[in-house]
Structures are given as C-alpha cells and as structure tokens.
Design a protein around this ligand. Structure first.
Ligand code: PGA
Length: 252
C-alpha cells in the first residue's frame, strides 16, 4: 500500500485578496518541512490565479477550485469552466460538496458531467459525499453513501479513478463543531473502500485516497488520521488559520 497522505483546505466563500495572499504566503513557509504530505488549498475563484502563481515552484503544495461548470463554454452567466481552471494552472476541483448539493441543488447527473469536464481538462477531482443526521439516526448512512458513490462513479472507468480522491464528509459534522469519532470515520472509510472494490477492483479500493471532512481541527486530526483507512482530511473552518492548518498537517 502506498497511498498518499493529503491535507486539503476548503476556504469556501472566505478571504479577500489581501487575506488570501497572506494565508498562502504563510502556509508556504510554515508547511515546508512537511514535503511528504500533499497539501491542497481551494481558494475562491477570484484568487485562484494568485494562489497558483504563488505555488508554481512547489512540489507537494497545489491549488484547486471549489466547483466547475458541467458545461464546456458559452452563454452560462456566472459559471466557470474546467478549461478556465486548467488555464490558470489549477490542479484540482472539488465536486459534490454537500453545500453545493444542498444550497445549489446539484444532482448526481450534474456531478458526473462536472467530473467529465474536469478529466477532459486534466484536473484531478476530490469527490465529496456523506449522510445527513436523519440518515445516520435511522441507520441509513451506509446505504446513502453507497448510493452517492455508485450513482456517480459507475460512469467512470478504473483508469479514471486514479484521478479521484474521495472525501467522506458527514453533513452533520460540517461546520458544526461536532466531528465524527475515529471509530465512526474508520468504519465508514473501510465501507467506502469495500464499495469501491465492488464497483472497480480490490486494487482500486486499496489505492484510492479517502479523506475525512467535518469539523476536523488541530485537536482531533491526530486520532482521525491514525485510522487505517483515513488518508487525510478536507478541512473547512480550521484551514483559514495558518497555524491550525499547519498543526493539522503535523498530525500525521
Ligand atoms: P468544516 O468544513 O471543517 O468547517 O466542518 C469541512 C468542509 O466543508 O469541507
């Protein structure tokens, strides 16, 4: 097994230009010693080129976009295409984040199209999924996650799956301060790996990186990252503070 260790920061709709520049400059310096860990930040679109320019000489620190359009180009006011992202040296794109599924009503069909656009433009994908509180309370969380994975990933080949990291983000843990316990995270990550094995192969299951997201912070990252099937974290709130993000990276 030689899965990468990954820590990704989703800045969401936060920072202005000065703050984004300060954050990336600080992170570049403070995370230098962690060259064995892949670091990815997802700034707002407006600051993406500034951040990719700043990271151009880095070998283990990359930038990604929080979303991309399912369309190629044209009359889609307000949208940003995968080709545009690629042209500013963006390397990753988040697809299927629960905030986009919930507030912007993104469907599985749209997520498939977005991933196709990402691949056509040489972007790697972090595919997010996770159950809501009701589903966990009624013990439907495994079924929900299986459906979310199958509905989208079945449209891709085993070769494509190399370009995808998965991010299990229980919706009840996102931005709430309530994180999954290491047991809950490990149990779900092992299950996700089993589902990937069923859709593709044991090899694909073994190789795919699965991040945990949802109130992961400098205090709880260590025990989450110690779980056998947790390969890193997708961090929201705590990724906006350089010191916290750095401590999370140091938790491996
Ligand atoms: P959070 O967000 O760390 O603030 O809970 C995680 C995410 O939405 O990716």
């Amino acid at each position: 097994m030689n899965r990468k260790k990954i820590v990704a920061g989703n800045w969401k709709m936060n920072t202005n230009l000065n703050e984004a520049v300060d954050l990336i400059n600080t992170l570049k310096t403070t995370t230098k010693q962690f060259s064995a860990i892949e670091k990815i930040v997802f700034p707002p679109f407006t600051f993406l080129k500034t951040v990719t320019d700043s990271l151009q000489n880095e070998t283990s620190f990359f930038a990604g976009a929080q979303n991309c359009s399912e369309y190629v180009k044209g009359a889609y006011t307000g949208e940003v295409s995968a080709e545009m992202l690629s042209s500013v040296k963006c390397k990753f794109v988040l697809v299927g984040h629960s905030e986009r599924r919930t507030y912007f009503k993104e469907t599985d069909e749209q997520l498939v199209l977005k991933i196709q656009q990402a691949f056509k433009n040489n972007l790697q994908v972090i595919f997010c999924f996770g159950e809501v509180l009701e589903e966990r309370k009624s013990e439907k969380h495994f079924d929900t996650v299986k459906k979310q994975l199958e509905n989208v990933l079945k449209n891709f080949s085993e070769k494509d799956i190399d370009k995808i990291y998965l991010a299990y983000e229980p919706v009840w843990a996102i931005g709430t301060g309530e994180t999954a316990t290491p047991q809950q995270a490990q149990e779900m990550h092992a299950y996700v790996r089993k589902v990937i094995g069923e859709i593709f192969s044991n090899k694909a299951a073994e190789n795919i990186s699965i991040l945990y997201g949802g109130s992961c912070n400098a205090q709880n990252a260590k025990e989450l990252f110690a779980c056998a099937d947790v390969d890193g974290g997708l961090i929201g709130g705590a990724s906006l503070k350089a010191d916290d993000f750095c401590k999370i990276i140091a938790s491996f």
